[in-house]
Design a protein around this ligand. Structure first.
Ligand code: PMV
Length: 319
């Protein structure tokens, strides 16, 4: 009774920032993302009746700090009266550094736990369960361009465009690989409680979602870039206006933004987005990816580049 699933992280183009229900981890706003292809997290869940309690191995090293969140997520899928499990995760990118590692981890975890316990839950139930652990994880249950809608008292994910329908490339410029100082969950709460811009952020989100949805349907990179950059900078403004302020950027993050502006001024179709971390993600057509890579790698402070296409939904590996 074991199963292994794989999921790719997703990058939000219209961001989730803020919760309306802490208990159920329900977001205050809808969001739109693109699922990646080359970065991944694999999760293996094995039911082990000989264990007294759950065990978690992250890249082969036991982790007690991350275990409670993982155990809770397995409880949500299998119930609290379940036998203990050994969960092993493997990722090919740094965790907790603003590259959505929790999204791929919890998306893969719900799919693997569902299979290990033989519950065969529908995908929208699994998305809702993943979102209890990490709001953005629900979006990795689907591939391509994904919208997370805030339903009456739950969330719902829906596919806007399949991966093959708009094969863009995402170049991630890593400017500091370490873990972030404040988790996104804590930071969102600080924003909700203290930022004078928070209410306006929530109020304006439906208009940003509508604009991005239309741009994606038309496959209009310029239109999508304009709204995605605006939405990203607005989210960071909410954080900057919080008390204490939360500034995830470093000087290289800003240098990368300038590089993207220069490329745009030269007529290259590219835009940026930045999550709760100092890494910049540049989105462009496949034909421009080499130009974008070269410009970002020549930017002061960039320590590593990663690149990905648009990827598939979370899935079982041993089905
Ligand atoms: O899902 P969480 O709790 O890791 O929060 C994600 C927050 C952002 O990455 C900044 C935005 C988003 O929509 O992914």
């Amino acid at each position: 009774m074991r199963a292994t699933a794989i999921a790719q992280p997703n990058i939000a183009l219209i961001k989730y920032w803020g919760k309306r229900d802490l208990e159920r981890n329900l977001p205050a706003v809808g969001s739109i993302s693109v699922t990646l292809s080359t970065l991944y997290t694999e999760m293996r869940v094995e039911i082990d009746t000989t264990l007294a309690e759950d065990v978690l191995l992250v890249n082969a090293v036991e982790s007690r700090t991350l275990l409670p969140r993982v155990s809770n997520c397995v409880d949500i899928v299998a119930g609290v009266d379940r036998p203990a499990v050994c969960v092993s995760s493997k990722s090919n990118f740094p965790i907790a550094a603003g590259i959505a590692s929790s999204a791929s981890a919890f998306a893969a975890l719900v799919v693997a736990a569902d299979a290990a316990f033989g519950s065969s839950l529908p995908r929208d139930r699994l998305a809702s369960m993943a979102s209890r652990a990490s709001g953005s994880a629900a979006r990795s249950l689907l591939g391509g361009f994904v919208e997370l809608e805030n339903d009456a008292d739950d969330i719902r994910v829906k596919s806007l465009l399949r991966a093959e329908d708009w094969p863009l490339e995402v170049v991630v410029a890593i400017t500091a690989p370490g873990p972030k100082p404040v988790s996104s969950g804590d930071a969102m709460e600080i924003s909700r409680r203290t930022s004078p811009f928070y209410d306006r952020w929530v109020e304006q989100q439906p208009a940003d979602l509508a604009e991005a949805r239309a741009a994606i349907r038309q496959r209009d990179l310029h239109r999508l870039g304009a709204i995605a950059e605006h939405n990203c900078l607005k989210m960071h403004s909410v954080m900057w206006g919080s008390r204490p302020p939360m500034i995830y950027w470093n000087s290289a993050t800003i240098a990368c933004m300038q590089t993207i502006r220069e490329l745009q001024n030269q007529g290259v179709g590219v835009f940026f987005t930045i999550d709760a971390g100092p890494q910049l993600k540049a989105i462009c057509a496949a034909a421009d990816a080499a130009t974008v890579r070269a410009a970002l790698s020549a930017t002061d402070g960039v320590v590593e580049l990663m690149q990905s296409g648009v990827g598939e939904a979370a899935r079982l590996l041993n089905a």
